[in-house]
Design a protein around this ligand. Structure first.
Ligand code: ZN
Length: 298
């Protein structure tokens, strides 16, 4: 199944729902960064959350950054997602593995840490990005992002994100975001109804693994509430906008002396993109060209 995102409304427009399947892009991140099981789950949940949050933005080029900074062994996690359906991200310590928790599940909470901060930046492409920070509730990512939406954006929300990763890699990943729209936000009965429906779901990935589609999951959850699923399916994928040109630009900023040093000692330079793990190599000729550029501009 391809990765995609779909949107829906229910309860006379009072409820907004977005669902995403992100299995392939999570597997791509796992391979690119050689992520452990628990790191795959943590980054996969963060990337699915980012895509769900970005989907509600209006301006073309808008992006959401989810920065999880817990006190656990994984270190910082960053997911950068766009309204255009592209997402990239990394985990500071991708090799960290932990034993399963009491329920036999990947212990994402412990790996991320039960204390720390969740930092969300919404960038519409111009002006000052809107950013907000909340304390981590559990380190399970989904719960933390939902807590952010409720406290910081004051939108009653339920968020389910999940990643299933086994010996063969990621076999199911995705998420579901349900929000009460502003016009209905004072409708307590709707909030209670949504909470009880979500509580009945046994997580998101078990449904995906059972072969359910996004539409079927939404139908199961909101089918009796005038559910309307929009026909468009939006493609989502792992994509990083790094390039060799950008790497050369960064190298140039090091200055003439440093570049000369690289030519003499290393006969070139190697740079690895933190977001996607792509390796870029600049040879002596290319470094020498940068020095010439610097000299011309001076
Ligand atoms: Zn990159």
């Amino acid at each position: 199944m391809t990765d995609k995102l779909i949107r829906a409304t229910a309860a006379d427009g009072g409820i907004r729902a977005v669902g995403v399947i992100s299995t392939n892009l999570t597997e791509e991140a796992r391979q690119r960064h050689q992520l452990s099981y628990v790191a795959t789950a943590a980054l996969g949940r963060s990337m699915a959350s980012g895509l769900l949050l970005a989907s509600s933005m209006k301006k073309e080029g808008s992006r959401v950054n989810i920065h999880v900074k817990g006190n656990g062994p994984l270190g910082a996690i960053l997911a950068d997602a766009g309204l255009d359906g592209t997402v990239r991200g990394y985990v500071q310590n991708p090799e960290v593995e932990l034993p399963p928790n009491d329920q036999g599940k990947l212990d994402v909470g412990k790996a991320v840490g039960h204390q720390g901060y969740l930092h969300v930046v919404r960038d519409v492409g111009y002006g000052q990005p809107y950013s907000s920070t909340v304390e981590i509730v559990s380190g399970e990512v989904g719960e933390d992002v939902a807590h952010y939406l409720v406290t910081s954006e004051q939108t009653p929300s339920a968020l389910l994100v999940g990643v299933f990763v086994g010996a063969d890699g990621v076999t199911a990943a995705g998420g579901l975001l349900l929000q009460i729209m502003p016009k209905a936000s004072r409708d307590e009965s709707l909030v209670t109804l949504l909470e009880s429906r979500v509580a009945q779901l046994s997580g998101f990935t078990p449904l995906l693994r059972a072969g359910k589609t996004l539409r079927e999951i939404m139908q199961e959850l909101l089918g009796d509430l005038e559910l309307f699923v929009f026909p468009e399916e939006h493609e989502v994928s792992f994509h990083c906008h790094c390039s060799f040109e950008r790497v050369l630009g960064a190298l140039k900023m090091l200055g003439e002396a440093e570049l000369q040093d690289m030519i003499e000692k290393d006969e070139g330079a190697e740079a690895i993109c933190q977001f996607c793990g792509e390796v870029y190599q600049a040879n002596e000729t290319q470094l020498a060209q940068l020095i010439t550029d610097l000299q011309i501009n001076n």
